[in-house]
Every structure is written in C-alpha cells, then in structure tokens.
Design a protein around this ligand. Sequence first.
Ligand SMILES: [Zn+2]
Length: 220
Amino acid sequence: MEPILLVPGEIEIVVVALLLVFGLALAFAGHRIWKGLMGIIGAFLGFVLGYTLGMVFSGELAAFLLGVIGAVLLGAVFYRLVSTGVSLVIAAAAFTLLYRLGAGTVISLLVAGAVFVIVFLGFERIIALFTALIGASMVVWGLDLLDTSAYLLVPIFLVIAGAGTVVQYYDIESKKKMPVVTHASIMKIDVVKHCPTCGQVLTYLPDYNAWFCYSCGRYS
Ligand SMILES: [Zn+2]
C-alpha cells in the first residue's frame, strides 16, 4: 500500500508519532477529550459573549466580570447544548426523510421524537464509538506511513477500534455509578453531633450505639 502522505523523512516521523499518540488517546479516551474540548470551547465563547455585552453596556471592568461569568456558565452547559443540538439535527433529518418517503406527519413526528431521545440519551456512547473509529483510523494511517503491510492494518484497526469502544463504554458505565457511592460515603461522614450541654463535638461509640461527650464526661 502506498503511503497517502508523502513528506521528507524527519517530518514523517513526527507525523507518524503524532498520529499514533493522538490516535490512541482518541480511541481509548475520546469521549473525555470531547467533553473537555466542549468545555474549553464553551468557556471561550462564554467569555467573548460576556465581555462583548459588558463592553456594549458598561466599561472594561464589567466586561471582564461578565466575561468570566459567561465563561463559567457556558463552559458548564456547552456540552449539553451541543448534544441537544446534534440530537435535534439528526431527529429533524429523520423527520424530513420519512416525510419525503410519504410516511405522514404523525408517524414521521413520532419516529423523529424517538430518534431524538435515543441519540440524546446515548450521546456519550455515540461519541465514544465515533472517536474509537477515528482514533483507530489515525493509528492505521500512521502505521501506513511506515509502510506496514495492508494485511496487518485491517486487524490492527479492528483491535484498536474494538478495544477503544469497550474501554470507553466501561469508563462511561463506571462514571455513572460513581456519584451514588460517593454520595453514600459523604452522608456517613457528614453526621456530626454536638453536645446539647456544652456544644462540643460528640463521639460515636459503636459498641454502645451511643454518643458520648468527653468534655462533660457523659452520654448524650
Ligand atoms: Zn458536653
């Protein structure tokens, strides 16, 4: 197989290294990179928006403050906005296609609604699948520049794309379970009782299933 990109030796090594490193990162952590990227873009857009508004209606100080507020707000919600927007576009495309095929307004709307829900709820997984495929393609592209045999490239692509998808899905699953566990442990640690007499922190004695105040020397 002929290399797609023809560059002089040293640059080629840099290109190959970049393709391999970014390809593997994308294949195995694509949905995290995507989320981070959306956060950065959102924060940037939020700052520009807030700063511009502040400059129009007030001075430089207000502009800077509004810019920071905008960056924090849009940085936090931009990922949701993009996933909602993409889901809407795909649902609209499904509606248009079905309607053109003569499915009728009601059925087209129902299917489009279902498509929206499926894409929106599964958005993280869709991103994981796409980034695994793109990352595996980048690795194979890099290996292709090293004149790797085409017979090797196909299995390498399949292994990286498959493993990347599995690792990312596992990552998404374990992240979803995490808040429940931390919430429960925080709840346990959070129980702090004070002595009604002196106000000191009470000590819990598991053996007696009771709370004891050491400064008063008695149970509460
Ligand atoms: Zn006390």
